[in-house]
Design a protein around this ligand. Structure first.
Ligand code: SIN
Length: 489
């Protein structure tokens, strides 16, 4: 890791990567809406002002994507893959600068930001290769003299709406498969973290993404969202964000019957069984809870620990949490950076106070020291219906609840309308097999808190949404199947 000292905090090796204009039809445009002010969540200073677009420019972006579609779709898969491959190389080349921009506007530690660049670049690399593996099917005909086959075609113009918590990775894992499939894209990144998205687009331009194939519109979510969801030209919307907003977007897309991929809220349980290896359980809990400061849809929101291992777990996990440091993301001694805004800090406080008011006690950590900092905290002894078990905390609060039997642990874990990620720790193959089958979630991590990878299908069930990102399944999200029946042969 590059150890960035405070005196060079946020300095870029390539200052041109800091772009402050939306990108439409291959041009960096001024935008007619009031600019977006981007805060540095640690210093609370305005880090950048980015030009913003209104509905007219959002429509122009859709038109540009529609114009660019036939040319891009007609390229060979290898040509499209080649552009993505060059983009991957550029992301890796500019890894430290992109990570610096992420830390600057999101607040996460530089180490995590560098990890995010690698993670995001992994999607671009994977889909550079997957583009050429878009294999169709032939079907044995039930009638003589016919040939039945299935081709995959690009869905068309796609809108992607991405969040602030992984401002690069969430964009890359939508844009890369879309472009690999031959689609064109209008992206609307969070206006809390637009600069990372614009740097991504700049490297895409340098890699050879033709004008109009990727457009990035910055600005207020509602007017832009209305244009993207209502346009009949846009054939698909992919969204990562809250379940509430996902439901609104799905409703807004219904009249034009768009395809949808929705990666929505999670409320991940981590179940630690008596027979778990204690070191593995601690490591799993640390990563599953504190990755990205807890600001992740797959963060372990509820930790259920079987009573036989409870004391040992609380003591060892408490020591780890107590040693964690929250502070400036550019300070290499910090484990987590500030949270994204004051509301995020307030939510963590509410969840901690609610649990304490219902009889929980604090094993490590405590209240926020102010600003946007939230201290890594471990609480135990909360009742099974404490607020943190029902709502995503999205911050560094680990809440532990004890359970006695396998059935009780699984019942509490499944007692949520959400179904994104879940985790279990156990050394017993039978327990692992029974638990992973019984969990009503799209993803199960066994003895690990790190499950996200470009090569596996990421996504949820129930109120956590539908559709998958990553892997070959992620490419299919941007393709229509065309069945062709050739008779008279
Ligand atoms: C998310 O928090 O939405 C994504 C996390 C991940 O990709 O691991």
């Amino acid at each position: 890791m590059v150890d960035v000292q405070p005196r060079e905090r946020g300095r870029l090796a390539e200052p041109d990567l800091l772009v402050t204009k939306p990108y439409i039809d291959g041009k960096w445009v001024d935008g007619s809406a009031p600019p977006v002010r981007v805060d540095d969540p640690y210093t609370l200073e305005v880090f950048s002002e980015v030009a913003a677009v209104g509905p007219g420019e959002a429509r122009a972006a859709i038109d540009a994507a529609a114009q660019a579609l036939p040319g891009w779709a007609a390229k060979t898969a290898r040509e499209r893959g080649g552009v993505l491959r060059r983009w991957y190389d550029l992301l890796i080349k500019h890894r430290n600068d992109i990570a610096t921009l992420i830390t600057r506007e999101n607040g996460k530690t530089l180490r995590e930001a560098q990890g995010e660049v690698d993670y995001a670049a992994g999607y671009v690399e994977f889909y550079a290769e997957e583009a050429t593996r878009s294999i169709g099917e032939t079907i044995p005909s039930p009638v003589p003299g016919r040939r039945l086959f299935v081709e995959r075609e690009p869905v068309g113009v796609c809108a992607v709406i991405t969040p602030w918590n992984f401002p690069l990775a969430m964009l890359a894992r939508k844009v890369a498969p879309a472009l690999a499939a031959g689609c064109t894209v209008v992206a609307r990144p969070s206006d809390l973290t637009p600069v990372t998205a614009l740097a991504f687009a700049k490297l895409g331009e340098e890699a050879g993404v033709p004008p109009g194939v990727l457009n990035v519109v910055i600005g207020k979510s509602r007017p832009i969202g209305e244009v993207l969801t209502s346009s009949p030209i846009v054939r698909k919307l992919s969204f990562t964000g809250s379940t509430e907003v996902g439901a609104l977007l799905a409703a807004a897309c219904a009249p034009t019957i768009k395809r949808l991929s929705l990666e929505l809220g999670g409320n991940a349980p981590l179940i630690i069984f008596d027979d778990a290896d204690i070191d593995v359980a601690i490591e799993t809990a640390m990563v599953a809870k504190f990755r990205n400061g807890g600001q992740s849809c797959v963060a372990a929101n509820r930790i259920y620990v079987q009573r036989g291992i409870l004391d040992r777990f609380l003591s060892a996990f408490g020591d780890k949490v107590r040693n964690m440091k929250a502070g400036d993301g550019f300070d290499s001694t910090c484990d987590i950076g500030p949270l994204i805004d004051e509301d995020a800090v307030e939510k963590v406080e509410q969840h901690r106070e609610d649990a304490i008011a219902r009889g929980a006690y604090c094993v490590a950590g405590g209240p926020s020291p102010g600003g946007r900092l939230s201290i890594p905290t471990l609480i135990a002894g909360a009742p099974p219906d404490a607020l943190f078990t029902r709502e995503e905390t999205f911050g560094p609060l680990a809440g532990v609840i004890a359970f006695d039997t396998f059935e009780e642990g699984i019942r509490m874990a499944n007692d949520t309308p959400y179904g994104l990620a879940s985790y279990i720790c156990s050394s017993d193959p039978a327990t692992i097999a029974r638990a992973s089958r019984a969990l009503e979630f799209g993803m199960v991590g066994i003895n690990t808190g790190v499950i996200s990878t470009p090569v596996a299908p990421f996504g949820g069930v129930k109120m956590s949404g539908y559709g998958r990102e990553g892997s070959s399944h992620g490419l299919l999200e941007y393709q229509n199947l065309k069945y062709v029946c050739h008779a008279g042969l």
